[in-house]
Write a protein of this length. Sequence first.
Lengths: 340, 280
Amino acid sequence: MTSLRDSRDGTKPAGDPPRGRHPRPSTHQHAPPAAAPEGRSPGRRPGASRLERRLGNSPLGLVLTAPYTAYVLVVFIIPFGVGVWMAFHDYFFTAPGVSVPHPFVGFDNFTEVLGEERTRRAFANLGLFMAINIPLTVVLALTLASALNAATHWRGFFRVAYYVPYVTASVATLAVWLFLFNGSGAVNNVLGPWAPDPSWLANKHLVMPLIAVYVTWKQLGFYILLYLAALQNVPKELHEAAVTDGAGRWQAFRAVTLPAVRPVTSLVILLSIITAGQIFTEPFLLTGGGPSGASLTPALLVYQRGIEQGEPDAAAAIGLILVTGVLIIATVARRVMERD
Amino acid sequence: MARIPRITRILRYAALGLGAIAALLPFYYMLIGALQKKRDTSLGGLLPKPGNLTLDNLAGIDDSFSLLGALANSLIMTVGVVVCTLVFGLLAGYALAILRFRGRGLVFALVLLVQAIPFQLLMIPLYVMVVRYFGLADSYAGMILPFAINSVAVLIFRQYFLQIPREIFDAARMDGASELRILRSVAVPLVRPAILTAMLVTFIGPWNEFLWPFLVTKDQGMQPLAVSLANYSQANSTFQANPMGAVLAGACVLAVPAVVLFLLFQRHFTSANLGSAIKG
């Protein structure tokens, strides 16, 4: 039992309903029969059990959730803390077992990375990516979901077709895009004399928009499903009433459908912003960040600085800037979407 | 609905059709490109020509890295994640839904919180911890650890356990069953549909994952297929008769298991439970 208590030290008494604290005579750690649902606990016997008062009337719950809690601590909470710590300290890789001081350096890592052209470039690229990806995602997902909602035939086929890119590995779909859009690829072959020069992936004006379109294509099926679920809850009568009152189809769509799916639009924008912040595999496999940094993203830069160049402190600072930026954009987007 | 003009209906199906073509054409190109003996990027090359079809590309990619070995690594990593999620996720989901204990609210808050923590921030510290301090580079444990318990699956389990009528548990307790016995013999059999959904949701993430296994595996013999294939397509494989065909053949092998699982069980893929489960 001590090990149990150790592992739970410092946890709040949240989720412990008052009813669960009725004392029982037993000090057995195993779940007592009294672990009955709220309101009709048969275990209201006299006599105090400190253990039960401290741990709730089914301390077994602590044992059962212990692996998950340990997992979250090791994989999320501790690395999150270490990441923030690294960003404010002079941290570098050493041979295993060697202990060196890592002095506190304040915001030095931040001023260092922000002073570099590559970092500013990566964040500017991310801005361009969002400016293309987010409107495109919302418009296409809503259009296809509306069409799908109104369609009577082949609904299952379309639903599955849109969803397939979403469940396929990026590495596999990127291989196709690489060969569709490289210099002698199928797209240029079809375009013939109209093919862009330099070609798509080597063109610093086209490479980021191309990646934005790829990510839109890959994620669209998931967002269509979100919209479809919301559209199915919009009463048809509302739409028909608007049309009867003389509104055009477009006016009816704007007056009835758009407001009804607004919460989903808000969610789609939020998820798109979060996805955008994580763009790594696409530029890494398609271009490696080139040509001359035109497809560099902050997440790719974190990898390059932290792993390739061995500066985890600078990488952690970029990561923290990225997360803060994404949070701010997400908050602003939410405010804009949810005001009347 | 008869008042809908014909032109609207035609436009609607045109949009849906265009969307489906855009979604599926790259997959067709993946398949046909993988089967071509010689690379043909012309429009006509999209049609299968009997003389230009071959399965040599699969053998070609197998010359560069062991296709079966990479598949086995992908499978071990994915199965490891699925098994950990099922065992520990079921325990956690059951406890969160049924048992009252101190800290329950906190654990539930964690389940929601971890989905909001972005991986970019964790990437470097996690790499330092797993590779430098735990010494888990080039090991299955190192690959599995960050994905070990899928939080979305925990939420799904909790939701299903909450739907079981309380009386069932009360009756079992009256009969003297221990809490673990109730979990094994009463609760788990009742949430079988949740187990299937959670397995599907959990499978696709690690199977498709590239970044993390790429970071922690340097030994080619340990790399899952997504990593081997990416490395292969990055390297200049000029000695291959049709390097593009070989990469696309590998892409097919990587894509097929996830797509087939999705097609077989697509009813279980609903927007509600896919939230942040799939990435990569």
